[in-house]
Ligand binder design. Structure first.
Ligand SMILES: [Zn+2]
Length: 678
């Protein structure tokens, strides 16, 4: 440790302060570019950063200080980073280009290091995880804290525009907690439970009241160990310069404490900034863009930072793994869920390979105006359509499988590829109709369910069964019960009152339930039928049961029930889409949706000036042209948003049946933003 101290004083006052708050002027986004500096290439890197700043591909260039301790005693890594950072600033000279520092791998990412360190390693609650947790430091180790204090102080002394703690600063994601001797001692100290790791593991898996209390104490100890270290990091920055902002880079499974960590790091009187985890990385399928927006909305609801930033990462930072358009589309859908910034790694890590990042930088620069304009428009905008509700319960040491982030708790894997309006709302903020799945219903209390039923909702079969089990079947208009599996469903047939789709049949569901209307006030929208032979004529059909219903309850809530799960061809077909549109018009009138059969993600928001914002992202391989929408509302004109942030009049028509056509072409992952005016 002494070796480190020698360098510290010398560099303390070597740098002039940069502006304390960069980017996002005028309510737009703030984009953070992450870079590792390479000896011999710093001049080229500085020129690239200055170009990126000028073109809008980044607002702050965050230089990686990869700090995980290595060696015994640890090598003086920080002096190497200090030197390169200083040379970068010299190379930038008077360029209008802000630089920051990302404290990367403070605790360690968990991969093999070249040399081990002498500190206490994190010990998971889970056995067999050691291969994923190599050399991760426990945040309670006093000697490590000394090491980190000095690193932070020396980094702050370089007067970066912003500092950020990278996302290895976590205890649950990929780790499942730390049950090392230091943490066990902390639990004993804080809560009085004197336990071995094996004993604690049993309590974490048990269901008694004592098990729950001990689990809470253990979770608190794990969270507090990170939060306390965040306070130490902030104190070290403050000791140098309290005006330096510090952001947090969080991860999905650590939202239990990442909001608090972001607030501690931000410092007094400054907005907390949390980058959440929603990158697409290497993902060779594209239709699941809804996961990117959902992950952001959900983590924002769990951590509630003042500002949330998207993760538009590219690991391992070249286009053999991640296309540039995935950054663009990911950022657009994130901004539409409230992101006001993004962090990305367009640069290679092992060495200087500038061609690998060129397209990433280009796509962001070309569309920078769009991100800023959408970000500004989001203030005061109201999402349209039926919302997917989010239960913002973060992962902890007990809820291990954590189902509430996956498709079975949501409907967006259907609406988000059918081009129906997607929106998310946290349950406590719900003020309109929503989709409700069985797995989500089971996690809610009776009062919450009653509220949902009064506001209007679309239920899947399992939610209907759960609501009936709780004695509220009268509010959904049907009695719901498990399906008798001996009864074979051949098809689902749309009912006579369903207009153009009346009599059309589609595939049967894989997971039906039995619903029975309670009275003729319940409209049957479709029925399950049995056919006497495969692909038999519809005229031989035998009716089995109602398959979907609509009911307006005494609380004023409009309730659609599906006796199925939203999955497979039973829900993804042309006639079902027409039924969804009908339900949308009844529950949330006035919405706009994509009127075609390509895979599309659509967001519809009502803007403060009364116009309707529609962002259509093509998530399939076939270009969409012209741009086809439908709405029960009448519009007179439309505008299209350019990548430069300017709105231009678009060629537009709307027919008497509500079909809208706009001249244009939506390529895969190149979202088109339109504004419709009455
Ligand atoms: Zn520990």
């Amino acid at each position: 440790m002494k070796r480190l101290c020698l360098f510290w004083g010398i560099f303390c006052m070597a740098f002039a302060a940069q502006p304390a708050r960069a980017g996002s002027s005028g309510g737009g986004v703030e984009i953070l570019d992450m870079a590792m500096l390479f000896d011999g290439k710093i001049g080229e890197q500085a020129a690239d950063m200055a170009k990126m700043s000028k073109e809008g591909a980044a607002d702050i260039h965050m230089v990686s200080f990869f700090l995980v301790p290595e060696g015994n005693p640890p090598f003086d890594k920080i002096s190497l980073y200090e030197d390169k950072y200083r040379r970068l600033r010299d190379a930038l000279g008077g360029a209008d280009c802000k630089t920051g520092i990302i404290l990367q791998a403070t605790l360690g990412h968990g991969f093999e290091l070249e040399v081990p360190h002498p500190f206490q390693k994190m010990i998971s609650r889970e056995d067999g995880r050691e291969w994923r947790m190599k050399n991760i430091v426990c945040p309670l180790d006093e000697n490590f804290i000394k090491y980190l204090r000095e690193c932070v102080r020396r980094a702050a002394a370089l007067k970066p525009a912003v500092m950020m703690v990278d996302d290895d600063f976590r205890a649950l994601g990929g780790r499942n907690g730390c049950l090392c001797p230091l943490h066990l001692a902390k639990i004993k100290r804080d809560s009085g439970y004197d336990l071995t790791r094996e004993q604690l593991k049993k309590h974490l898996a048990g269901n008694s009241e004592l098990d729950r209390k001990i689990s809470e104490a253990a979770m608190r100890a794990v969270s507090d160990s990170l939060i306390d270290l965040a306070k130490i990091i902030r104190a070290e920055i403050d000791a140098v310069d309290p005006s330096i902002p510090c952001y947090m880079c969080g991860s999905l499974e650590d939202m239990a404490h990442d909001g608090q960590i972001a607030r501690e790091l931000a410092g007094k009187g400054r907005e907390s900034v949390l980058r959440i985890g929603n990158a697409r990385y290497w993902n060779p399928k594209y239709r699941d863009l809804y996961l990117t927006s959902r992950a952001l909305a959900l983590q924002k609801a769990m951590a509630r930072p003042d500002r949330v930033y998207a993760e538009i990462d590219t690991f391992p930072r070249n286009r053999y793994f991640t296309s540039a358009r995935t950054l663009h589309a990911g950022l657009v859908v994130s901004v539409l869920e409230g992101a006001s910034g993004a962090k990305y790694w367009p640069n290679r890590f092992p060495d200087y390979e500038p061609a690998s990042g060129a397209e990433y930088k280009k796509v962001l620069a070309e569309n920078r105006g769009m991100y800023d304009e959408l970000c500004r428009l989001m203030k005061g905008a109201e999402p349209c359509g039926v919302a997917d509700i989010m239960i913002a319960k973060p992962k902890d040491l007990r809820n291990y499988n954590w189902p509430l982030v996956k498709d079975p708790a949501f409907w967006t894997h259907i609406t988000g590829v059918m081009g129906l309006p997607v929106s998310f709302v946290e349950i406590s903020e719900l003020d309109g109709p929503c989709f409700l799945r069985g797995s989500a219903a089971k996690a809610l209390g009776d009062a919450q369910i009653k509220k949902i039923l009064s506001l209007g909702c679309v239920l899947d079969g399992e939610a209907a069964v759960e609501i009936c089990r709780r004695g509220m079947g009268g509010l959904i208009g049907v009695k719901a019960a498990p399906w008798d599996r001996s009864l074979k469903i051949s098809r689902e047939r749309f009912s006579e009152g369903m207009g153009k789709i009346a009599g059309v049949v589609c595939e049967p569901p894989s997971n039906p339930v039995k619903i029975e209307p309670l009275s003729d006030k319940t409209e049957v929208m479709s029925e399950f039928i049995h056919l006497p032979y495969t692909y038999g004529d519809k005229k031989f059909a035998e009716r089995l049961a109602a398959a979907s219903t609509y009911f307006e309850n005494p609380l004023g809530g409009k309730v659609a029930v599906f006796a199925s799960r939203p999955e497979g061809p039973n829900h993804l077909n042309e006639s079902r889409k027409a039924q969804y549109a009908e339900i949308l018009n009844r529950l949330a009138p006035g919405g706009i949706w994509y009127d075609g059969d390509a895979e599309a993600y659509l967001k519809n928001l009502k803007l403060k000036d009364g116009s309707e914002l529609v962002v259509l992202a093509n998530v399939g391989l076939d270009p969409i042209t012209p741009l086809a929408f439908k709405s029960a509302r009448k519009f007179s004109r439309a505008q299209m948003l350019g990548g430069d942030g300017a709105w231009r009049d678009a060629e537009f028509s709307q027919s008497a049946d509500g079909k809208i056509s706009v001249a244009g072409r939506a390529e895969i992952y190149m979202p088109v933003a339109l504004r419709f005016f009455e």
